[in-house]
Ligand binder design. Structure first.
Ligand code: GTP
Ligand code: MG
Length: 187
């Protein structure tokens, strides 16, 4: 009887996988991050021309819930960014990746990120995690520096955070996914 009830409960409490969109300028490290999360090690990447989609399953550390994500990693080259909006529908979380070692492109990254936050109705309910990637490089800006440059503090109505990470070493990638899982579970 207990098993039947548990089975029925799992049917009625079924949740669709969360949709995670991985965006950012080309060369930021989006694909490297996705596959490090999935495979647990660094892979060699090519610029993404369409998109990569992968399923990720993680355990929310605060309540041990198993959470499944459908992840979409889109190409960040300028001529490809116009197609991003085709993927916005029902996005639960945006992972916006910045190459922290390329200050010359911080202003462009900021413009694009602010546009996503202010001009895209389909992303209004999405939580946001900004990753300051390539922290393994000495020249990388710190998360605190990038926080200032990107001026995220003014987005008071949005659940967001910014973390440093490295797809080369795997530093902080699991913590990043844990933050997303906890934030979505608490929504
Ligand atoms: N040192 C270092 N290199 C990285 C890191 N993450 C990515 N890279 C390198 O940066 C380059 C671009 O990485 P990708 O993951 O392909 O970047 P992307 O954001 O997917 O780029 P597009 O697909 O063109 O949008 C590759 O040479 C990666 O090996 C990192 O954390 N540290
Ligand atoms: Mg890519």
């Amino acid at each position: 009887m207990g098993q039947v009830l548990t089975g029925l409960w799992s049917i009625f409490s079924f949740k669709r996988p969360y949709k995670l969109l991985i965006l950012g300028l080309n060369n930021a490290g989006k694909t490297s991050i996705l596959y490090h999360l999935q495979l647990g090690h660094t892979i060699q990447t090519q610029p993404t021309l369409g998109g990569n989609t992968e399923k990720l399953t993680i355990t929310n550390p605060s309540n041990q819930n198993t959470i499944t994500f459908t992840c979409w990693d889109l190409g960040g080259q300028e001529q490809l960014r116009g197609a991003w909006s085709l993927y916005y529908e029902q996005t639960d979380a945006v992972l916006f990746v910045v190459d922290a070692a390329e200050p010359a492109r911080f202003a462009t990254a900021k413009t694009i990120l602010h546009k996503l936050l202010t001009e895209e109705p389909e992303l209004r309910q999405s939580i946001l995690l900004v990753l300051a990637n390539k922290q393994d490089l000495d020249s990388a800006a710190s998360p605190a520096e990038l926080m200032e440059v990107l001026e995220l503090g003014k987005f008071k109505d949005r659940t967001w955070t910014l973390m440093g990470c490295s797809a080369a070493t795997g530093e902080s990638l699991n913590e990043a996914m844990n933050w997303i899982a906890e934030s979505l579970d608490n929504r």
